[in-house]
Design a protein around this ligand. Structure first.
Ligand SMILES: *Cc1c(COP(=O)(O)O)cnc(C)c1O
Length: 386
């Protein structure tokens, strides 16, 4: 740090130079990101709430009410009338809270001290962080032929140390939805906490169902589901950071509560202490502004692009890893290594993402910034490469 203050203009110039090294979503070249440019209205609202702190809700009663409203609305979207939970920084923190709730609940009510969590290989790496921090062992359930969690394998993995089962509604790599209904039954039968990670799918599956897409049930209408992660900063078009953790019952927050002596509330259940109200306010605003109609249209547009892209790839001779269920397409060249194809695309200016599970493949997430004209350009390049 310099001794003397520097002129604002000079600082801004330096920052802008660095910022110009960043990719811009608007170029349509970012193919593997699950985030996208936030809606301008959400950004405007976000800036108005920069100084609010939900870590001390007694001082920010209005903003706390906004967070409660957002949690309630997301809960209703997921078929839950009385939702508990928080708007946090993203899917990672939401998953961490869910697993912490499950662990603490099992410790308190079942006396489990060295717990295990069952999840598929397709689970997001945030669960590895959660397991590490919470001192839990991950037991990996197998995938079935469709790359979804294998129900029998889950059953067989249950022990008297199991504190949670995790399944995914919209996997990070392929966008697939696990058989949540069947897992829910198993979880109920064995009285085990069941968490659904819908970080990616949460802001599209409900809207796609609304307009007639035949997608499986994944939400709180299934009795065994205890918590769901949903990321407003993905298809919700809220600014980063915005994740949602929704719990069916208040007791899951209670088992995480620690005393918070100097604050306006007596206890705190979130992982983060001082935490921004801006995410809640921006998410509140964009959800009202879009309504179900707006999100259904967005989700449908993304699916139309997905279908177009998948079909065109097949016509060119590329091979899909699976038929897309949500707006992710993973593919390979029939006789070129994935990494070689990725390099060729990168040379042509595309920011590609390589998936690992279940096989290496090029993975394109059809987010809002990837428009039809970008896809046509990409397909032209893929045609040349072929
Ligand atoms: C994106 C994603 C996460 C992680 O969310 P962050 O917001 O990046 O922390 C977790 N799970 C799934 C299924 C995801 O798609």
């Amino acid at each position: 740090m310099e001794d003397k203050p520097i002129d604002k203009q000079d600082i801004l110039k330096e920052l802008e130079e660095l910022h110009s090294l960043d990719h811009d979503y608007a170029d349509g070249r970012i193919l593997g990101s699950m985030c996208t440019e936030a809606h301008p209205f959400a950004k405007e609202v976000y800036c108005k709430f920069l100084d609010t702190n939900l870590g001390d809700p007694g001082l920010f009663k209005g903003t706390k009410q906004i967070e409660n409203e957002v949690v309630k609305s997301i809960g209703e979207l997921l078929s839950l009338d009385n939702a508990y939970g928080n708007i946090v920084t993203g899917g990672t923190e939401a998953n961490l809270m869910a697993i912490r709730a499950a662990r603490n609940h099992a410790r308190k009510y079942k006396g489990i001290t060295d717990g295990e969590i069952i999840m598929p290989a397709s689970a997001h790496f945030s669960f590895k962080k959660a397991a590490d921090m919470l001192n839990l062992k991950i037991v990996e359930a197998e995938l079935d032929n469709n790359y979804k969690i294998d129900v029998e394998s889950v059953k067989n993995s249950i022990t008297d140390k199991t504190v949670a089962i995790v399944a995914i509604a919209g996997t990070t790599e392929l966008g697939l939805i696990d058989p949540i209904e069947e897992i829910s039954k198993i979880a109920l039968e064995h009285n085990i906490y069941f968490h659904v990670d819908a970080a990616f799918g949460g802001f599209s599956i409900p809207f796609l169902k609304e307009i007639g897409y035949d997608l499986p049930v994944f939400d709180f209408s299934l009795e065994g589901v205890c918590s769901i992660t949903v990321d407003p900063h993905k298809m919700g078009l809220a600014p980063i950071p915005a994740g949602g953790i929704i719990f069916r019952r208040e007791e899951y927050l209670e088992v995480m509560a620690v005393d918070s002596p100097y604050l306006t509330v007596k206890t705190q259940s979130t992982i983060v202490g001082t935490r921004l109200g801006a995410s809640s306010a921006a998410t509140y605003a964009i959800m009202k502004y879009f309504g179900k109609e707006g999100y259904s249209k967005l989700a449908n547009d993304l699916m139309e692009n997905t279908k177009f892209f998948a079909q065109s790839l097949k016509e060119l001779g590329y091979e899909l890893v699976c038929e897309p269920e949500l707006n992710i397409v993973a593919f390979n060249h029939p006789n070129m290594q994935t990494n070689e194809l990725a390099e060729k695309l990168e040379e042509l200016g595309w920011e590609v993402s390589v998936a690992k599970c279940p096989i290496p493949s090029i993975r394109v997430v059809l987010m809002n910034h990837v428009k039809r004209n970008h896809l046509e350009e990409l397909l032209n390049d893929l045609k040349d490469i072929f």
